[in-house]
Design a protein around this ligand. Sequence first.
Ligand SMILES: [Zn+2]
Length: 269
Amino acid sequence: MDHKKLKLIVRLQQLDDELDLILSEQKGLPEEIRDLEDDVASINRQLDQRKKLSDENDIRKKQLKAEVLSAMEKISKYKDSQSSARNNKEYDALSKQIEYEEQEIKKSEAQIRNIEEAAERKAALEERGRQMMEENRFDEISEDMMPMDILQTQLKDVTEELAHKKAELDSIIQETEDEVQEIEAKIERQRVIVEAEAKQILGKYDHLRNGGVHNAVVKLHRHACSGCNTRVPTNRHAFILQGGFYSCETCGRIVVHERLFEEALSMEA
Ligand SMILES: [Zn+2]
């Protein structure tokens, strides 16, 4: 590897650094926005679930009440018929039907009570949640303890914050758009050159960058890899001085002579 080829990768590192620096002006906003979007989705999911359950209960209660009403109407009809029954057999048959409808009414009323009691238990749970919030015991509050109005307030707050952060990010992106495009174009051109001239080291570079090591190429500083501060073996110093590179045994970074960084700066991409 001669130092000219090595300089190409150093230049690529410098350009990637420039881009990273501009993107760092976004101050973690993309991550914050993702988190807020997750929050909004989670609150909406909870609100939807509650609405669905409450709608289902309302419909079921209406059905049950209608069933009670229709059974009562039947009973009153049967009673009318009883008064004009021609014999005991007819009268008893009607009595059995009345009894059956009365049982049906009891069953429906029990179901209505179940639904109402479940709603009361849920309301009590939310009331307990509200008290715990007042006592700052947020960690102990489960999802179904969150009072509905507080969920709605949270949704409003989080949605507002999300819009605010998005606007902030948009304005940063707009401000830096030209610069980012320019550097991205430079990086692209530089990569084509490195690919042609030093494909192997580009593979190593990309491998490090993709693994989260942003400074894949580093200077030899005080006889050590400036990426992780591990000493570079003395017998490699001369090679680095002559323009070669050393693969740090500890962190895997590409260690080069610092002169190459100065020289690479003046290269045009
Ligand atoms: Zn190292």
